[in-house]
Design a protein around this ligand. Structure first.
Ligand code: PHE
Length: 500
């Protein structure tokens, strides 16, 4: 925003412009008012903003200025003159003269001016005598002229000589040539920027002066919210799922019991993932207490004794372990809750569910890992779904992301069998990279829930961060999530378009 210059200075400037016939140089005004030139420039700019009160033309002029040494000479005389005046009638040893600050330069100049002579054969060493009584210190006189602003009286040759001796320097000064404008006045009235209803009602607009619009001006950046890149990419993934007829699961609980996060998924209680090295445990409230009791009993049984054609894990399943509250380590906990709910329906109906939300893991932090990230998960439940259906739906899903070449690698998850890691061919890296994990939920998970025999559930999951970092060219996760995120990055990131 342009700040109005000191109004007193603006008025003084206008009064000066009024009195002068031609125009004024802003540098001269600054010198004669004893103010900084920038202050005059400020006043000029304020006046220019008011329209055609003054006309100010930028010009640059060169002028001569004394250097530090030049100033000293203007004050105390040239080195050579000072040499002469410091030599007494009986002369002075050369060595003594050389000790004086101006001695060296002064000696050679005074010699060539023939103001002094050197007696080399003098007993007691070389001695200097002066040969003139009175001298004209032309160098000093010239510098004094420049100091008085009368450099024009010197010849170009003379000035260049003094410049060579580093006594003068030529400087370029930028200034304004100020003349009266077509609307010149010594009293300034502020121009209106807005035509108001009051002005129209009272008719005062007729007397007002209006500031013309500046169509060149940049618009003010709008103060509005911006979506984080992760949220933009999430929108695209959500769109894909919706196009495929999926329904979003409610994922609005970061805290989960170990029961839903692990036990319901047939993940044994001594599984390393349930260790505090991998999972964040809550201290308050440390335990969950509300579980569907008959289902809990079936889960206990399938873990410890087996059932539904499975021999189970054959260990002593403990309710205390299942009760432990944690930050959910995967959104599959939500899928488990939803499948249990589905199983409670009187009559089974096929479903297609998805979720995209945050999960938490006690990871060692590095450029690609944080203790929290987002998972994208898809789940389909119906009678007789096969591994072929899973592969087909993965092809369909990744096709919509622009990923066409897929490969599947056998993998292991406690809750799926078979399990497959999903790889896609990366044209840039020229290699196969992992893009997701998938599988068919185990009967040990589905049957205790009460889902009918013959219903199979296929599911897959991937992270939201990885495709976002690729999409927005971010190499370090800490530039995307956390306290080091540059908000400008969030403001400047374009909307996400997945190239399908
Ligand atoms: N929950 C798995 C994970 O955390 C992803 C997954 C989801 C795997 C569904 C298979 C089926 O990586």
């Amino acid at each position: 925003r342009h700040r109005m210059a000191d109004t007193g200075l603006v008025e003084t400037l206008l009064q000066r412009v009024e009195k002068v016939d031609g125009g004024l140089d802003s540098q001269d005004v600054a010198t004669s008012l004893g103010v900084d030139h920038q202050a005059i420039v400020g006043a000029v700019k304020s006046l220019q903003a008011l329209g055609d009160v003054i006309s100010a033309e930028q010009r640059s002029s060169k002028h001569w200025e004394l250097t530090g040494e030049g100033c000293e000479i203007a004050e105390q005389g040239s080195h050579e003159a000072r040499v002469v005046s410091s030599i007494p009638e009986e002369g002075m040893p050369q060595s003594q003269l050389m000790k004086l600050a101006f001695g060296k330069v002064g000696f050679s100049k005074a010699m060539s001016n023939k103001w002094i002579r050197l007696d080399k054969g003098h007993e007691g060493g070389p001695r200097i005598f002066k040969t003139v009584e009175r001298l004209e210190d032309l160098v000093r006189d010239k510098l004094l002229l420049v100091q008085k602003g009368q450099a024009s009286e010197l010849e170009e040759k003379e000035k260049n000589e003094l410049k060579k001796r580093k006594l003068l320097s030529e400087v370029t000064v930028k200034s304004y040539w100020i003349t009266k404008g077509s609307c010149f006045s010594t009293t300034i009235t502020k121009q209106e920027t807005e035509l108001t209803t009051e002005m129209i009602a009272s008719g005062s607009w007729k007397e007002k002066k209006f500031k013309p619009y500046n169509f060149e001006a940049m618009g003010v950046a709008l103060d509005c919210g911006h979506l984080h890149p992760l949220m933009k990419v999430r929108t695209q993934f959500r769109q894909i799922f919706l196009e495929m007829g999926f329904t979003e699961m409610p994922t609005n609980n970061f805290i989960e019991s170990s029961f839903w996060n692990f036990d319901s998924l047939f993940q044994p209680q001594q599984h390393p993932a349930r260790d505090q090295h991998d999972t964040f445990f809550l201290s308050d409230p440390a335990q969950a207490h509300e579980f569907p009791q008959d289902y809990l009993e079936r889960v206990r049984k399938v873990h410890s004794e087996g059932g539904f054609g499975s021999q189970g894990y054959k260990y002593d399943w403990k309710i205390e372990e299942a009760q432990k509250n944690i930050l959910r380590t995967h959104t599959t906990a939500v899928s488990a809750r939803m499948l249990y709910k589905l199983a409670q329906q009187e009559k089974f109906t096929p479903v297609k569910y998805f979720s995209i939300d945050r999960v938490f893991r006690n990871e060692t932090l590095d450029a690609t890992h944080l203790a929290e990230f987002h998972q994208i998960e898809g789940v389909v439940a119906d009678f007789g779904l096969t591994l072929g259906d899973l592969m087909g739906i993965l092809h369909q899903f990744f096709n919509k992301l622009g990923i066409t070449k897929l490969r599947f690698k056998p993998a292991y998850n406690p809750y799926t069998e078979p399990s497959m890691e999903v790889f896609s061919y990366h044209e840039g890296l020229k290699k196969w990279v992992e893009v997701g994990n998938s599988g068919m939920f185990r009967p040990e998970m589905l049957l205790p829930m009460g889902l009918p025999e013959g219903v199979t559930v296929i599911a897959w999951g991937l992270s939201l961060e990885r495709p976002t970092m690729i999409k927005y060219g971010i190499n370090n996760i800490r530039e995307l999530v956390g306290h080091k995120v540059n908000l400008q990055m969030v403001y400047d990131s374009p909307v996400c378009r997945l190239d399908s």
